[in-house]
Design a protein around this ligand. Sequence first.
Ligand SMILES: [Zn+2]
Length: 488
Amino acid sequence: MSIGGIVGVSIAGAVVLFVAFLLLRAALTKPKKRVIVQREEIEFDEEEFAARLSGAVRIPTVTVQGDNTDYTPFLQYHEYLEKTFPNVFAHAEKTIINGYSLVLKIDGSDKSLLPACFLSHQDVVPAPPEGWSVEPFAGEIKDGYVWGRGSLDMKWHKIALLSALDRLLAEGKTPVRGIYCCFGHDEEITGKDGAKNIAAYLLDKGVRFEYLIDEGGSVMDGAILGSEKPIAIIGVCEKGYVDYVLSSTMDGGHASNPRKASSVTTVAQAVYDLSHLPMRTKLTPPIKRMFKNVAPYMKFSYKILFANGDVLAPLLRAVLPKVSPLLNAALRTTFGFTQLCGSDAPNVIPASASAVVNVRINIGQTQEQVKKYIQKAVGKKISVTELNPGYDPTPVSNMDSDAFRVLEETIRETYGDIAVTPYPFIAATDAKHYTKLCDNIYRFGPIEMTTDDQKLIHAIDERVNIKSATKGMQFFKDFIEKTCFQEG
Ligand SMILES: [Zn+2]
């Protein structure tokens, strides 16, 4: 055989061996054998839950901003919670922060244990009634759902949490670990008046938390990652956020004798250039952990890729962003173009034009790095300025803490042997304000959500499935009981 032949055979042999290695690893990737005692009985009543949530939805706690200056619904909401959860309020020390945010503190008997913290914002986004098939603040109960603005984001979560806690306290149990419930009132507009002030107040008092639970992940349809069973996703970090204005100033004038370049064409070119120059994708630690945790539950065709995520990283980084915008957002800093501004008149070329790009910064990057990148991409003719102060991504929470382990265990006891995984939360929530108070911040709402359910957040006909939310309430009771009411 010639040297060329020997080389050819060797390469072919190496390729065969490599493919065999990938297939073997995929075949050996199976769910761990675990003893799971799945809970069969739900101790809570669906009708009672639906009635409580319906009552909460009927109080229109729309975030106060702009033309809306009415804070009275927040005061009514506090009264409603106090009336509905008498055991919680009898045991808790109540503090009002900045007028409308609520902190409930229940002492634990073992002072050596750091307290637990549960967040749930009170405010909801506005809901003009057009297009709704129900009145958005009527709290209608029909077809197995509670309908209305805020039902899903996130009043069901608060009602489930407080119902669970109320039940535990009504049973005469005393927590060993202290429990804080912190309910901000302006999460939908960054939490600057609510969560930010609550966190500052707690920090000032020297409070530290063992763990903190907020909204974020859920028990979602596993199809997107090739799992026939649902997947429970727990947000362990939050991307950063900043809005940049890209602007150009040049001679304006009458549109009857235009020059080739104007402020408008320069800004348009900048938008085009930046949208065609996405930042690099990165497999961050939560993403790598997600591949590892979900791979055992995937179809074989997916397993070949994800069980070999370490050796196939370049391929995954290139392919995944094309699979869905959600995966794209989980892997890189994204640029969303939201506003364009030019001339007031159709026949006037403006002296200045601008575009706003909404930037969600990936874990491990900073606003400064991203701004430099954008400036380079759009060139010197464009000035890049912050529209308002942004913030960097949060640190990644501990993915191996005791609290995470109990979260994982309780999820499987509630939903069966499904994949449970950390992931990078791509939107924003109040939890970002608490990073100085806690290393174990988990964004998870115990509810089963289809891809269609996810689209209902902030949308017309927002509603929550009563059966699923009641199961979530049981999850909260079991999780709080294990972590706060049991010794050691
Ligand atoms: Zn929310």
